[in-house]
Ligand binder design. Structure first.
Ligand code: MG
Length: 254
């Protein structure tokens, strides 16, 4: 079901969004060679809870009913696209690190992701990261009343097409509100169908996932980590936004 949020509900989502943005800022500041992904997760969880929020990802059900997501953030490295599980693994120079965070404040969700590079990226990798972020912003710019979901998808896909990047199809953006994943889905590629018409109060997570190779994915034996089928590098950016009469408003900002 698609729900339109009132102005006061959007303001409550903004509070969750602020916590998520602060978590990503915090992780960016701590990201350096030698730091463990478990440490970054612990910092994230502490910040979320100290803010009076709850981590949305912890305990989230996945493809294996016996293995809910065990952490507060997803940390996906290099060819991992999304849903990487923090643990004892340490960050190394030369890695692409995608961090996805979600928080709930008074029942309302915020969801955002950023990709960082540890050290100096090659021109190709720098372009991958820059264009994934640019595609997210292009998708957000298309989230205006009167447009349709397909306009967001087309704007995102066009940025990938400029550089021949792979566009992940298996995982897509989504509505967000009192649940982390609500209708409608927001594909990062054109489907040939207009999809829902965008109206004020519609809240969406817009989240392109691009690769330097294929769009095909595989799930690792941990039942969570999604990797590129060809081992190519991947990047992921996400903001939660509200469609308003005045245009799109980004909710996941500090
Ligand atoms: Mg999301």
């Amino acid at each position: 079901m698609v729900t339109r949020k009132s102005r006061s509900e959007i303001e409550r989502m903004r509070r969750a969004g602020r916590v998520v943005a602060e978590v990503l800022d915090r992780i960016e500041a701590e990201l350096r060679p030698g730091v463990s992904t478990a440490h970054l997760d612990a910092l994230a969880e502490a910040h979320i809870r100290a803010s009076g929020a709850t981590p949305s990802f912890k305990g989230y059900p996945g493809i294996n009913p016996h293995r809910p997501f065990p952490a507060s953030v997803c940390i996906s490295i290099d060819d991992e696209i999304v849903h990487g599980i923090p643990g004892r693994r340490t960050i190394r120079e030369g890695q692409i690190v995608s961090v996805d965070a979600g928080a709930i404040v008074d029942g309302w969700h915020g969801d955002a992701a950023r990709t960082f590079f540890v050290g100096e990226p090659s021109p190709k990798v720098a372009q991958l990261i820059d264009l994934t972020r640019a595609a997210m912003m292009a998708g957000i710019a298309a989230a205006v009343p009167g447009n349709h979901i397909e306009d967001i998808s087309a704007a995102v896909e066009a940025v990938a097409a400029q550089a021949g990047l792979g566009v992940i199809r298996q995982f897509v953006g989504h509505g967000i509100g009192t649940a982390m994943h609500e209708e409608p889905q927001v594909p990062n590629f054109r489907t040939g169908r207009p999809g829902r018409k965008l109206e004020p109060g519609l809240c969406l997570a817009i989240e392109p996932m691009f690769t330097l190779g294929t769009h095909d994915t595989r799930i690792e034996s941990d039942d969570w980590t999604v990797v590129t089928a060809d081992g190519s590098m991947a990047a992921h950016f996400e903001h939660s936004i509200a469609v308003t009469e005045n245009g799109p408003e980004i909710l996941t900002v500090a």
